[in-house]
Ligand binder design. Sequence first.
Ligand code: HEC
Ligand code: HEC
Ligand code: HEC
Ligand code: HEC
Ligand code: HEC
Ligand code: HEC
Ligand code: HEC
Ligand code: HEC
Length: 476
Amino acid sequence: MRQHFASVAMTPLVLLTLLILTCTGFAAASDCIDCHSEITPKIVEDFKSGAMGDDFDCARCHGSAHNSADNVNLVKMPTHETCGACHAEQDSQYMGGKHSLAWTAFQVMPTTKDQPKELMEGQKGCGGCHKMGAKDETGWDEYHYGVVGCDNCHTRHSFSVEEARRPEACMTCHQGFDHAQWEMYSTSKHGVIYLTEGDDWDWSAPLSEAKASYTGPTCQMCHMPDGDHNVITSWGFLGVRVEEPNEEWADDRATVLKSYGVLDADGNATARFDLIGPAKLARLTMDEWNASREEMITVCGDCHSEEFARISLEEGDQMLREADRVYAESVEIVAALHRDGILPKPDYIDELPSYPYPDVLRFYDQSTSIEEDLWVMWMKYRMRCFQSAFHTNADQEQWYGWGPLKETAVAIKSEDRSLRAEAELAEAVGAGGTKEATGTTRAAESEAGAANAPGFGATFLVAALVTLSVLMRRRG
Ligand code: HEC
Ligand code: HEC
Ligand code: HEC
Ligand code: HEC
Ligand code: HEC
Ligand code: HEC
Ligand code: HEC
Ligand code: HEC
């Protein structure tokens, strides 16, 4: 009886509350949409065409503090948490995987702070792709766009799920220089099946039902099975794992990790090593590495025999192993040039955790051309060697990976010879000529004491050429 009384008494209150909520809610809704139908009509149309367009309005994501042309500065830009409030499952999967770490990973690179700001927060370079990562509203000085990771696949303002199931949704970022997965996939057998037969597949069906209509795999089918937003692979971008059962590979891996500044010249962990775990830059144990591999083999198993899939992926591992052999040899050559004092000490020597090893994570901010070559060898050719093996693209593997990798190794060896020859020459001249000194070098010798005297430059040049030819003949 008391209960009944209570509910009767509550009713008008509930109704009143609902009425107030509805009025203010709808008033706000029509305010935003009314005005924005004039100001940004395409955005309104786009939002209305999406699945959320009937459920709520602009204020759910942008707040209601801005409500006129005079207070645009009060507008809120959503974060992944704004979406997560209603889509907790997708948000927590995203937070568990690598996409949410994209912002952190590029921020911790050693030369990010030296790049133009437009490339970073302005999204014209690194930031244009790495905005995928999780951020809050506080990280911005001048820019307030590019905050939500989710709209990279579900483009605002329709936020479509069908768009996100299409492999093209990944293309804006997974292309080009160092991660050409789009080029690899779209020109592989798998991609060609998608391009020729994809129009007949059921894009409205969830990924868990993909195999009912897909005749070939998409990026999403392999990397987001059953719609799981937690993306991660065994090798990752950097192509390293911490535990290594193969001993020879472990030696080359140590050299690779020195070139990342993760191990110092003596093989001890540096401060960068501590970033690996939290930023998921590499799988720490074989168990962790195997877990993602086995998941992938299950996906292949939807269409292939397990044996076929296993062998195909092991061949990818083997290509990475071969590439590491060649790359490690080149790294050691460059390190030896530093160790022997042949390359000048870089200005940023204090920032190099593994000196005399070079730091490829500085990307193009190197100080000598041999180090630039080494960086391209690592970031373009080594990457292609394993990425295209995994994406079954023979052309990319051969002609954009392994071929140029070997070519660069030769170039590095020949640069090494010239640099050493030059150094030997400089030493010889500095010490007053070599044993093979000819009449001309002896002439140089007599003037060497008067380095500032006019005519020294010309004599030095002649001496240099003669000594160089002697050295080259000795090596040839
Ligand atoms: C009376 C007109 C008016 C109303 C009402 C209005 N806006 Fe705006 N809004 C504007 C104008 C004008 C701009 C600035 C457009 C420009 O820069 O070209 C703007 C800009 C915006 C922007 C972009 C801000 C940026 O930094 O780029 C968002 C988001 C926005 N409004 C959301 C809303 C939401 C949400 C509501 C409702 C709570 C709303 N607006 C109500 C006029 C209005
Ligand atoms: C589900 C969340 C959501 C809703 C609802 C929403 N927006 Fe947005 N809006 C976004 C996101 C995400 C961005 C991109 C912000 C960024 O770059 O960080 C954005 C950016 C904008 C911008 C600035 C970018 C541009 O292209 O000019 C405007 C203007 C805007 N929204 C207007 C609106 C209007 C008008 C509505 C209602 C019709 C609306 N939004 C509803 C999420 C939303
Ligand atoms: C207030 C709660 C709420 C917020 C905030 C919200 N959503 Fe939604 N979203 C919904 C609802 C409800 C649906 C389901 C609509 C339906 O099924 O008819 C939906 C549907 C979707 C879909 C499926 C679309 C489709 O084509 O079927 C996607 C994708 C999506 N939301 C992404 C986002 C993103 C990204 C954000 C943040 C920028 C966001 N949502 C913010 C409530 C929300
Ligand atoms: C075209 C988009 C794009 C641009 C521009 C871009 N990146 Fe990336 N970056 C990616 C993608 C995609 C990946 C993941 C690739 C993979 O795993 O094969 C990635 C991976 C990385 C990683 C490895 C993260 C990890 O966990 O292994 C780092 C670090 C990184 N990028 C830094 C940068 C920096 C610094 C810049 C600018 C100098 C930059 N990126 C520019 C798209 C981009
Ligand atoms: C047939 C399944 C399949 C398809 C389709 C596929 N991938 Fe992959 N992807 C793989 C496998 C296998 C690996 C390597 C996993 C490992 O490290 O063991 C991989 C690795 C990756 C990596 C990590 C770096 C690398 O390349 O090794 C990224 C990033 C990636 N894929 C993105 C994509 C994108 C984007 C697409 C679509 C354009 C795509 N993949 C299509 C199976 C696939
Ligand atoms: C890398 C691309 C990508 C990103 C980033 C992404 N999504 Fe998705 N999302 C997808 C794909 C693909 C599907 C389709 C899943 C399926 O069919 O099972 C999807 C499905 C959804 C759905 C619909 C689920 C359903 O059952 O209909 C929602 C809601 C959603 N995503 C929200 C989000 C939110 C919130 C974020 C950010 C935290 C986000 N997504 C980030 C690719 C993405
Ligand atoms: C806005 C840019 C962007 C888009 C769009 C995008 N990615 Fe990524 N993706 C990245 C970046 C950046 C990383 C590296 C994250 C990090 O730093 O850890 C990454 C990492 C990954 C990885 C993890 C590789 C590893 O290290 O193990 C996979 C797998 C992946 N993406 C697949 C996809 C798929 C599939 C799609 C499309 C459904 C997609 N991505 C769409 C930018 C993007
Ligand atoms: C949705 C089905 C499907 C999935 C999932 C799938 N494939 Fe395929 N794959 C095909 C089809 C169809 C072909 C072409 C016919 C054939 O070789 O069976 C193909 C061809 C191949 C080829 C031969 C390529 C060539 O150029 O001839 C390799 C290698 C391959 N797949 C490896 C894989 C691996 C590894 C996986 C898992 C990471 C995988 N596939 C996942 C359907 C699939």
